[in-house]
Write a protein that binds this ligand. Structure first.
Ligand SMILES: *Cc1c(COP(=O)(O)O)cnc(C)c1O
Length: 475
């Protein structure tokens, strides 16, 4: 293209500027990967006032543009002030992205396929379907899985309840008598989804390992039915967020099948562990669920956002989201791929090409290496639990469950009632210090330090540093 072909207000760059911009972006991306490998969690934990100064939050709307150099410098400053998912970052459930997934996500933005339907992004749609099948096979759910990639576990859980509703009941029924069942350990997004839909959520008792009690579930469903309520769905956990507990999926599936209700498994965090040969037995019965969600940005090492909402039967999502649903479900079996529309299977219309980063990771590393990385995370959490159990000044409060270990510091000079406050102070100091990063959980009413290891770079030395740093900051 010559300059005379450009319209006055084109947003295109000169070839020189475009080259400089993309080279700068590559350099910054390399720096981010390096910072996540070697850096502290924060270069320097910033205050809100410092962030405001750095961004210039009260700066007016730029009227005229700036140079490539100025823009890159501004981006570099923003990135440098962010939190890094370093090998000592054990807070929340957040993995660093695999470098190959970062590169693929850049390409997804460049290509900007809009995954509304096969017609808008034919190859991208085929890649999404293949990715869903691969993920379904990876965790032993269904090698022919169907479904859709959504933004996260919260959207997937909301979608699951909507699908369950339409699978079990008619569209016009009063929802107030409808009931969803889940253990009290369930992620808050399930309660949020139930409230949004106007259905009730019944908490079900757990056993000593914080797993849903199938006997209590059976009784809760039966007594609700006897009281004239309408059970529609059980949500089982394949890895709770607090302690990594996996509900007894096979027994829960039997209860759900006997009761004729939908079974959704929330595996947003933990389901990838089903690919670890040493952990697979915990997930027996996973394939019996009607739907399953897995956050690729949690433990399949994808950058946010990407959650696989998997099902065995595409007619179920079509019934819930399809335009002209029932007719649509009838033709679904015979429709050619060319007429496939994601909008008939989920809440969104415009959708980014979320599959590419996960597809690239599965292709490049393969299932064996990915499962090995997940398995190593689990073994490191077990190592941390061993260290805690062996230390006189620490107490293991839960776990290890999958890759999560909950514990507290219990030096003899701190009385029992003061332990919560003592550990809370340690957590605040840790989060400011930045060498290792933990979050917290409440275990039987006690304040626990919680380490969740979902980082393919974390080593035994990183895990061993946790106790040293906690002891140092406690002084
Ligand atoms: C994180 C999490 C969610 C919510 O997922 P988002 O991707 O953050 O929306 C749901 N369930 C479980 C078990 C989780 O750990």
């Amino acid at each position: 293209m010559t300059d005379s072909d450009r319209r006055d207000a084109s947003l295109d760059l000169t070839p020189e500027d475009l080259g400089a911009l993309l080279a700068g972006v590559t350099t910054l991306a390399e720096q981010e990967v390096a910072a996540a490998r070697f850096g502290p969690v924060f270069e320097r934990p910033p205050s809100a006032a410092e962030i405001d100064r750095m961004i210039g939050t009260d700066r007016a709307l730029p009227v005229d543009g700036e140079s490539v150099e100025d823009l890159l410098a501004a981006c570099a400053a923003v990135l440098a002030a962010g939190r890094r998912t370093t090998p000592g970052f054990f807070g929340y459930v957040q993995s660093p992205p695999a470098p190959v997934a970062v590169a693929a996500d850049v390409l997804a933005s460049a290509a900007d396929q809009n995954l509304t339907s096969w017609r808008s992004g034919p190859a991208a749609a085929a890649v999404e379907h293949q990715t869903l099948r691969w993920v379904g096979e990876f965790v032993g759910f269904d090698a022919a899985a169907t479904g859709i990639l959504v933004s996260g576990g919260s959207t997937a859980n909301l979608s699951a309840l909507l699908v369950a509703l339409r699978a079990v009941t008619g569209p016009d029924l009063d929802r107030r008598g409808m009931r969803v069942y889940a253990s009290a350990e369930t992620h808050f997004s399930v309660g949020k989804a139930a409230r949004a839909l106007g259905v009730g959520l019944q908490p079900v008792a757990v056993d000593g390992e914080r797993r849903l009690d199938p006997g209590a579930l059976r009784m809760a469903i039966a007594s609700d039915r006897a009281a004239g309520l309408l059970p529609i769905c059980v949500v089982a956990n394949a890895g709770t967020t607090s302690t990594g507990a996996v509900d007894p999926l096979d027994a829960v599936a039997t209860v759900a099948a006997d009761a004729g209700v939908w079974l959704h498994i929330d595996g947003a965090y933990g389901a990838p562990a089903a690919a670890d040969p040493a952990s697979r037995h915990l997930f027996a019965g996973l394939h019996r669920a009607d739907s399953l969600c897995i956050d690729a940005h949690k433990w399949l090492y994808a950058p946010v956002d990407c959650s696989a909402f998997l099902l065995h039967d595409a007619a179920a999502t079509a019934r819930a989201f399809g335009t002209g649903a029932d007719d649509y479900v009838r033709i679904l079996a015979t429709q050619p791929a060319e007429t496939f529309a994601f909008w008939d299977h989920g809440l969104e219309l415009s959708r980014r090409f979320r599959a590419l980063k996960l597809w690239a990771t599965l292709r490049f590393h393969g299932a064996h290496r990915l499962a090995a990385a997940i398995g190593e995370d689990i073994r490191l959490a077990a190592h941390l639990a061993d260290l805690v159990a062996a230390a006189e000044d620490f107490e293991l409060l839960a776990g290890p469950g999958l890759s999560i270990c909950c514990f507290r510091h219990t030096p003899t000079h701190v009385d029992q009632p003061a332990l919560d406050a003592h550990n809370e102070r340690i957590l605040q100091a840790l989060q400011r210090d930045g060498r290792v990063y933990l979050s917290n959980a409440t275990i039987d009413g006690r304040f626990a330090l919680r380490a969740c290891i979902t980082n393919f770079r974390t080593t035994r030395a990183d895990v061993e540093r946790v106790l040293t740093v906690v002891r140092e900051l406690a002084r």
